[in-house]
Design a protein around this ligand. Sequence first.
Ligand code: IMP
Length: 428
Amino acid sequence: MKSKSTLIVGLTWGDEAKGKIVDLLAAEHHIVVRYNGGNNAGHTVAFDGETYKLHLVPSGLFHKNATCVIGGGVVVDPKVLLEEIARHEGKAVRLRQRLLVSSRAHTIWPWHKLVEALSEKHQGKGKIGTTLRGIGPAYADKANRVHAIRLGEFLRPEHLWKKVERIVEDRNLVFTKVFGEAGLDAAAVWQEYAAYGEAIRPMIADTTAYLLGAVEKGKRILFEGAQGTLLDIDHGTYPYVTSSNASAAGAWPGTGVPARAIGEILGVVKAYTTRVGEGPFPTELKDALGDQIREQGHEYGTTTGRPRRCGWLDTFAIRYAARLNGIDGIVITLLDVLGKLPELKVCTGYKVGGRTLKEFPDDPAALQEAQPILESLEPWTEDISGARSFKELPRATRAYVKRVEEIIGAPVRMISVGPDREQTIFRP
Ligand code: IMP
């Protein structure tokens, strides 16, 4: 029998409004699980006139019957996790009883944030433009093993204190001797983090065992990807990527659930494309049109408040991401934002050195040079935020959606025309 589980993944550089989609679909699932990234993510959920910003807790938290799981592929900043639980537990019924955090998840500590800040500063123009949340250094430690701390180690405080003391001693050599900075105080760090560990302890679980059991019982699981496919460490626009598998490929290692137990994969794109941080972005509009999209779409980072770079919908990049993830359908968000633009274009391919590329480039230098091949489509001026069915949309809007489907080669299954749950069009 085909699994009834669903995976939601961003097809571009993140910020595709996946939070809204996960919140909507959570109503039809028993479990919502985050599989990658950490609090570099910013997911927004809006209903009943209120807006909620999430970074670490799965976007299913407002559905009282859903169990929320933070999988082992996520890097957890314990302080941020506790703050986020405290901020939302008034609205998210019995959240502490419904939230499980993997004992295998790696943790973010003050030395990760400090080393990232120093390194990004030191790189100057060559920086990645990270969110400075310690994500990269925490994943680097995971791969390097020696200084890594998994959440499960909080269950053995005596062992962990000794480990923290040793790590701080090693790290302080780098902070003081290489960067000429003051080092960290191991005892002070431990005092703070031991308290976080105690508070999180009841939520720490072998989530792999839990999820495998859930699969066997036929439970419906919703996999929530953070960031987007083009930020995937292996398949994205390296080195301007995040440090985890932000494509659907991250779900298996990030949860322990085998890929074949995932039923349907929905790829989320905005009706235009954005990017935060450094790195190539072929369809970027560095003019008044780009500014107009930014203002109409409120394109400022949920996590860092940085203005997002805005540009035309890059269907060439999206088609690559769609194939890579093996998507079954597309979700288009923020379609309302495109109304009132004087012109409308989509990118259908790239030219590098006068040559039209067949495939999305694997070489960052080629991507940097890529000139987008743009196709003009008819713009619309109507306000579509009140539309609740496809046929209520203006003809030009429907033509835009159909053209996107045609180029990407997958059906558009949901369209979001505003931040609220209600502002959604479902297509069979
Ligand atoms: P890091 O994930 O903080 O290491 O940042 C690496 C790159 O990914 C930077 O360009 C960030 O701006 C970008 N990034 C990380 N998380 C998100 C996200 O949730 N949305 C959009 N971009 C992100």
